[in-house]
Design a protein around this ligand. Sequence first.
Ligand SMILES: Nc1ncnc2c1ncn2[C@@H]1O[C@H](COP(=O)(O)OP(=O)(O)OP(=O)(O)O)[C@@H](O)[C@H]1O
Length: 369
Amino acid sequence: MIGAPVFIDRIGKAYGTQTAVGGVTLNIAAGEFLSILGPSGSGKTTLLTMIAGFESPSAGRIIIDGRDVTAVSPDRRNIGMVFQRYALFPHLTVSENIAFPLKMRGIRKDLRAERVGRALDLVQLPDYTKRYPHELSGGQQQRVAVARAIVFEPPVLLMDEPLGALDKKLRESMQIEIKQLQRRLGATVIYVTHDQEEALTMSDRIAVMAKGQLAQLGTPADLYCNPQSAFVADFIGKMNFLTGEFLGETASRQTIRLGDDVVIDTPGAPYGFEGPAKIGDRVRLALRPERLGLAARGAGGLNALPGRIETSVFAGAFDLHLVRADFGSGEIIQVQIPADGNRTAFAMGTLVDVIAERDGLRLFAVAEA
Ligand SMILES: Nc1ncnc2c1ncn2[C@@H]1O[C@H](COP(=O)(O)OP(=O)(O)OP(=O)(O)O)[C@@H](O)[C@H]1O
């Protein structure tokens, strides 16, 4: 199986006056694992069902392997599909379920058996051929669904929250299995999820959707380190936000003020303004909890945010400190310090400086949230 490139060209879908997907363009490479990530109602499923051919777009084109399939029926697009609810045929055995797409394609019986066997090996279920779906666990059923989707060796696989119904542990092991399987097969995978951790661990690139639009497209590291909107910054990973006032740019440093007298230096210009930000504009400062440190009050040096410890909790790999800001409206700042075996315990009320690593700071316009 070799993956095919998928080009989604300004695709849109309106239901009456409501726009479910508004002019989305995505150029997906052959063999790429692309996730479509976004909150509920952002248009992920609508986009995927248009690629599958179950919904016809109101605008735009879908090109698979150089062929315009916009008006082609789903069964003639040569796409494998896996959905959240396993959708196995309950009255068919595992091997009959997996053989179904081959039967539909008129593949001879002896060849069918061989390919079903190979697909079952790939999803590591070789001994379950004669069972019925209700005799399998949720994870096993989902593996059968994956086997059925790959058995006819489609160059493109669409998956819509395929692991959504599974518990956390099983989901995590299936994530790794699906990813390894995709690498082995070389198929192009378009994977819908609302789970940002799942998208970060599985994808080559992630398309973040918001209100039917593409909010940002990039590699997981790109989205995590360089979110271009407060929405993406907030949606991917954990983020603190503090509101302040833009003081201006000098020598390529963007300075802001929080509260009356806390001045913070940031590395890049704020996102979300029409032109350059003006002195006095309201801005949101985004700070990742794991890029913050703690020092005794007054010892924080540059980019120190004065606050007091509200709670400190042990969270396994790190200690989580909730610090109430001693400026502005007294917001809570989350600080994560890697656990090194020597816990730094802070009593409640301890006066501290939260030290903000300059390179990790990002600025956004306030209105753009
Ligand atoms: N058949 C339909 N008729 C009218 N509106 C629809 C229809 N299908 C979807 N919508 C609307 O389009 C928007 C996008 O829906 P979609 O199901 O694509 O979102 P989603 O990101 O997949 O959400 P979820 O994560 O909840 O599945 C929603 O506002 C939804 O109400």
